[in-house]
Design a binder for this molecule. Structure first.
Ligand code: 475
Length: 831
C-alpha cells in the first residue's frame, strides 16, 4: 500500500515535462470534470495552477514542520494590503520550472503566455505600501526567514479604472468571480472576532480588579492561505488572508419567528467586513466599516499567532523571543490594545508584564508624513465598537503622559501634542502616537524620510525615545522586477556575470566594467529597443494607438496625487507641443510620454488631472505637426501586471514629487534596475539612488527639502513664477482658457485656480523652470546613444542596495532579532 502512495506522490511532484503534462490532464479530469478536448482556456489555466500547487505543497508542509521542530522565531507581517499581482510566473521562476511548464503547455496545444494572461491580478492594495508588503514576502521566503503575511481576502480589490471621454470611471474588481486556485480555504482555522458590548469590572480570586468584555456580537474570520515560495531554496511561507463569515448559530430565534429572510440578510452584513478594499491612498476616511476591517484583521491574526505559539511554548512571557509582529503603517495598530487585552483579561497577567511583552513583540512602519493620511479614530466610534480597547488605550495614555511629565517637566503644549487621545470637539485616538508608545521600533522607509519624521511629525517622541527610531530603506524583489518582467535583460546579465545577482543584487556591480564592451552594450541597448517594441505592440493591440518606438519613452506611473506632480509632466508635454508648433523646422528629440495611475474615487483634483492629461494627449496625438516628434498617452487601469510591461520599456523614469513628500518610492528603484534614467527631485529614496548610481547618472532638479522650507518661510508667490516663465505662462493660460477643451473652456479652472490663486501648495510652478532645463539635459544625453546607454547601464549595475533582500536583512537584524536565521544553510548555489 505504501508503494502505491509513494508512486502517486512521485507522479504528483515530478519536475519533468512529462509528469507535469500528466498532472495537468489529471486535474482537468479529476479536479475540474472536463478533458483536454472540451476544456476552455480558463479551465486549462486552472489545471496548470493546480499542478504548480502540487509542486509547492510538500515544501509548504515541510517548511512549516521545520519551523515547528526548530522553534524558529516567527515574523508576522500584518498589512491591510498585499498587492501581489499575478502568481504563476513568480511561482515557476522560484521553483525553477518555467521551461518545463512552457513545454508542457505547448505539447498540450496551448501557448504559455496566453495561459499566464488568464490570471487576474490579486490587486489587494492601493500602491506602494501594498506592493512593498508583497516584495517583502518574496524576500522573507528567499532569505529563509519564517515570515508570514496576514491580511484580508477582499472580494473586491482596487477598482478597475476605465477612461470614458477622458474621465476616470470606477468599476468593481470582481477578481474572485471564478475563484482563485492559489488560495486554500482552511475551515479548521477560524476565529470569532468580537465587536460592541461593554467592559465589565470584577474582582478575581486574588482580589485584583479585572475586566471582562461582555455582550459582544461576533463574526468569524476564516483562513485562506496562499503559498509564498522562496527562490529555489525549498522554502514555502504563507500569506494568510481572512474572509469574514457569519456565525453558524445565527440568531435562531428569528427563524422561529419566521424571520428567515432577515437572518439570511444578516449573514450578508457580517460578510461585508471583507467585501472591499478601501481605495484611498493616503487619505484617511474615518468610516466605521474600515475600523471594523482593521480590528477584524488584528483580532483574527493575534488569535492565530497565540494559538500557534501555545502549541510550541508554554510561557507567554517568552513571546518576544519567538515572535515578532510588524505593523504595516498604523492600520494594524489596534494590535497594541488587543494584545494587552488578551494578556490581561484572558491570560491573567498584570499590566506591567503585559506591557513589557506587547512593546517588545510589536513594531510599526511609517509610510507617509502627509497629515491627511494619519489615522485618527473618533473616541465615540471606538467606545461603541471596541469599548474594552478604548479603556485600555486611555490607561496606556494615562501612564504615558505621566512619563512625559517625568521626562519633560510641565510642558503643557508638548503633552497635548504627544497625547494618544487628542481632545477637542471630536476627541480621537491618534494611531501613530499609539504605535510609537506601544512598540519597540518605529521605522521610516528611506533615509531622508526617517530624518524627516524625527524632525517633524514625531519630533517630541524622538526626543523622548531616540532609540526607537530607525531607518529601513525600502527595496524591491529582483525576482519579479528583473528576472520575470525583463527576461531578455536577465538572460543577458546572467550570460555575462552568472546568476548570483538574483539573490545578491549587488553582484550587478560586475556589469560596471562592461560599459566599454561594445558588443555587450549593443546587446544591452537592443534589449531596451525590443522591450519598447513589445510595449508598442501591446498598446497597438489594446488601444489601436501606435507608439513611436524611436522616441524617448518617458514614463510616469503611480497613484495620481498632487504631491507626485503628474501635472508638471503634463505641463511639460503641452509646452513641448507649443514649442514644436512655433518652431516647425527646429530639430527636436522625439518623445513619447506615457502616464498610468488611478485616482482615489473621492479625490476630485486627481481625477481632474486625468482628464487634463487626456485632453492634452488628444491635442498632441491628433496634430499632424507632432508626428515623429511628440506623443502623449494615458494607459488605463494601472496594475502590477501593467507595470511589469511598462518598466522594462522605459528610457526615462519620472520621480518628480515635491521634496519631502514622497516617503521613499519604489517604482524609482524598479525603473533604475531596468536601465531607465531617472529625472527626479531630491526626495525619498531618489537621494539614495543618486548616491549609488553617481551624480552623473541621474538627472536631479528642483528644490530640496530645505529649499522648500525656505521658500515657504520667505513667502512663496506662484504668480511671480507664472509671470517669469513665458512657456509656463502660455500653458497655464491655455489650460485656463479652454485650449485643450474648447467645448468646455472653464473645465480646468479648479486646476489653474489651485496653481495661481491657491498659491500652488505643491510648488509646481516653483520647480517648473528647473524641470524644463532637466528635460533638456535628457534630450541632450539621449542624442548621444553611446553616452545614454552607459548611464542606463550604470543604473542597472549600481542599484543592488535596493533589493528587498537587503531591506529584509536589515529588519531581521535591527528590529526582529532573527538575524541568525538569515540564509541558514539555504544559500542559493546557482541553477
Ligand atoms: C509611500 N498608503 C511611498 C511606499 O513604503 C513608499 C495610506 C493610508 C491608507 C491606505 N494606503 C496608504 C500609503 O501611505 C503608501 O502607499 N505610502 C507609500 O509607501 C512604501 O515607497 O513613498 O507614498
Amino acid at each position: 500500500m505504501s508503494t502505491t502512495t509513494s508512486k502517486k506522490l512521485n507522479v504528483k511532484t515530478g519536475m519533468d515535462t512529462e509528469s507535469i503534462k500528466a498532472d495537468i490532464l489529471s486535474h482537468l479530469r479529476y479536479s475540474l470534470a472536463t478533458d483536454i478536448e472540451t476544456a476552455n482556456k480558463k479551465e486549462f489555466y486552472k489545471s496548470v495552477v493546480l499542478s504548480v500547487m502540487d509542486r509547492l505543497h510538500d515544501s509548504w508542509l515541510n517548511t512549516q514542520k521545520e519551523y515547528r521542530e526548530k522553534k524558529t522565531k516567527k515574523i508576522y507581517y500584518i498589512s491591510m494590503e498585499f498587492l501581489i499581482g499575478r502568481l504563476l510566473d513568480n511561482a515557476l521562476v522560484n521553483l525553477n520550472l518555467e521551461q518545463e511548464f512552457r513545454d508542457a503547455c505547448k505539447d498540450l496545444g496551448y501557448d504559455y503566455e496566453e495561459i499566464r494572461d488568464i490570471e487576474n491580478d490579486a490587486a489587494l492594495g492601493n500602491g506602494g505600501l501594498g506592493r512593498l508588503a508583497a516584495c517583502f514576502l518574496d524576500s522573507m521566503a528567499t532569505l529563509g526567514l519564517a515570515g508570514f503575511g496576514y491580511g484580508i481576502k477582499y472580494d473586491y480589490g482596487i477598482f478597475k479604472q476605465k477612461i470614458h471621454d477622458g474621465y476616470q470611471i470606477e468599476r468593481p474588481d470582481d477578481w474572485l468571480r471564478f475563484g482563485t486556485p492559489w488560495a486554500t480555504t482552511r475551515p479548521s482555522v477560524m476565529y470569532p472576532v468580537r465587536f460592541y458590548g461593554r467592559s465589565v469590572p470584577y474582582t478575581d480570586e486574588d482580589g485584583h480588579l479585572r475586566f471582562k468584555w461582555e455582550n459582544t456580537q461576533h463574526v468569524y474570520a476564516l483562513a485562506n492561505d496562499i503559498p509564498m515560495p522562496g527562490f529555489r531554496n525549498g522554502v514555502v511561507n504563507n500569506l494568510r488572508l481572512w474572509k469574514a463569515t457569519s456565525p453558524k448559530s445565527l440568531d435562531l430565534t428569528s427563524f422561529n419567528q419566521g424571520e428567515y429572510i432577515n437572518a439570511v440578510r444578516d449573514i450578508e452584513l457580517h460578510e461585508n467586513i471583507s467585501r472591499v478594499l478601501y481605495p484611498n491612498d493616503k487619505i484617511f476616511v474615518g468610516q466605521e466599516l474600515r475600523l471594523k476591517q482593521e480590528y477584524f484583521l488584528v483580532s483574527s491574526t493575534l488569535q492565530d499567532i497565540l494559538r500557534e505559539y501555545k502549541q510550541q511554548h508554554d510561557d507567554l512571557r517568552d513571546l518576544p523571543k519567538y515572535v515578532a509582529i510588524q505593523c504595516n503603517d498604523t492600520h494594524p495598530n489596534l494590535a497594541v490594545p488587543d494584545l494587552m487585552r488578551i494578556l490581561m483579561d484572558e491570560e491573567g497577567f498584570d499590566w506591567e508584564t503585559s506591557w513589557d511583552i506587547t512593546v517588545k513583540t510589536l513594531s510599526y512602519t511609517n509610510h507617509t508624513v502627509l497629515p491627511e493620511a494619519l489615522e485618527k479614530w473618533p473616541v465615540s466610534m471606538l467606545r461603541n465598537l471596541l469599548p474594552r480597547h478604548l479603556q485600555i488605550i486611555y490607561e496606556i495614555n494615562k501612564r504615558f503622559i505621566n512619563k512625559v511629565h517625568e521626562h519633560f517637566g510641565d510642558d503643557v503644549n508638548r503633552v497635548r501634542r504627544m497625547s494618544i487621545i487628542s481632545e477637542g470637539e471630536q476627541p480621537s485616538v491618534q494611531m501613530a502616537n499609539l504605535g510609537i508608545v506601544g512598540t519597540h521600533k518605529v521605522n521610516g522607509v528611506a533615509a531622508l524620510h526617517t530624518d524627516l519624521i524625527k524632525k517633524t511629525i514625531f519630533r517630541d517622541f524622538f526626543e523622548m525615545y531616540p532609540e526607537r527610531f530607525t531607518n529601513k530603506t525600502n527595496g524591491i524583489t529582483p525576482r519579479r522586477w528583473l528576472k520575470q518582467c525583463n527576461k531578455p535583460l536577465a538572460d543577458l546579465i546572467t550570460s555575462e556575470i552568472g546568476d548570483s545577482w538574483i539573490t545578491h543584487l549587488s553582484d550587478l556591480r560586475k556589469l560596471d566594467d562592461k560599459v566599454n564592451d561594445k558588443k555587450f552594450m549593443k546587446k544591452y541597448s537592443d534589449i531596451k529597443q525590443q522591450n519598447k517594441e513589445r510595449l508598442a505592440a501591446y498598446v497597438k493591440e489594446n488601444y489601436g494607438f501606435e507608439l513611436n518606438t524611436k522616441a524617448i519613452f518617458d514614463i510616469q506611473i503611480k497613484r495620481i496625487h498632487e504631491y507626485k506632480r503628474q501635472l508638471m509632466l503634463a505641463i511639460y508635454a503641452a509646452a513641448q507641443y507649443n514649442y514644436i508648433k512655433a518652431n516647425p523646422d527646429a530639430p527636436v528629440v522625439p518623445r513619447t510620454i506615457i502616464f498610468a495611475g488611478k485616482a482615489a474615487p473621492g479625490y476630485a483634483m486627481a481625477k481632474m488631472f486625468i482628464k487634463l492629461i487626456n485632453s492634452i494627449s488628444d491635442k498632441i496625438n491628433n496634430d499632424p505637426d507632432m508626428e515623429g516628434k511628440l506623443q502623449c498617452f494615458f494607459l488605463d487601469n494601472y496594475s502590477v501586471t501593467l507595470a511589469e510591461q511598462l518598466i522594462p520599456a522605459a528610457d526615462v523614469s519620472e520621480q518628480i514629487s515635491t521634496a519631502g513628500m514622497e516617503a521613499s518610492g519604489t517604482g524609482n528603484m524598479k525603473f533604475a534596475l531596468n536601465g531607465a534614467v531617472t529625472i527626479g527631485t531630491l526626495d525619498g529614496a531618489n537621494v539614495e539612488i543618486k548616491e549609488e548610481v553617481g551624480d552623473e547618472n541621474i538627472i536631479i532638479f528642483g528644490l530640496t527639502v530645505e529649499g522648500v522650507e525656505e521658500l515657504r518661510r520667505s513667502g512663496y508667490s506662484s504668480w511671480e513664477y507664472y509671470n517669469a516663465d513665458k512657456a509656463l505662462k502660455q500653458v497655464i493660460d491655455q489650460i485656463r482658457d479652454g485650449f485643450f477643451e474648447p467645448d468646455h473652456p472653464s473645465l480646468f479652472h479648479t486646476i489653474t485656480n489651485s496653481l495661481l490663486d491657491g498659491n500652488d501648495y505643491f510648488l509646481v510652478l516653483a520647480d517648473y523652470p528647473a524641470y524644463a532645463e532637466a528635460q533638456k539635459e535628457v534630450d541632450a544625453l539621449y542624442s548621444k546613444p553611446d553616452e545614454w546607454f552607459k548611464v542606463a547601464l550604470y543604473n542597472t549595475a549600481r542599484v543592488g542596495k535596493f533589493s528587498s533582500d537587503r531591506t529584509i536583512s536589515d529588519y531581521a537584524t535591527d528590529i526582529w532579532g532573527c538575524e541568525d536565521q538569515l540564509n541558514k544553510g539555504r544559500e542559493y548555489q546557482g541553477s
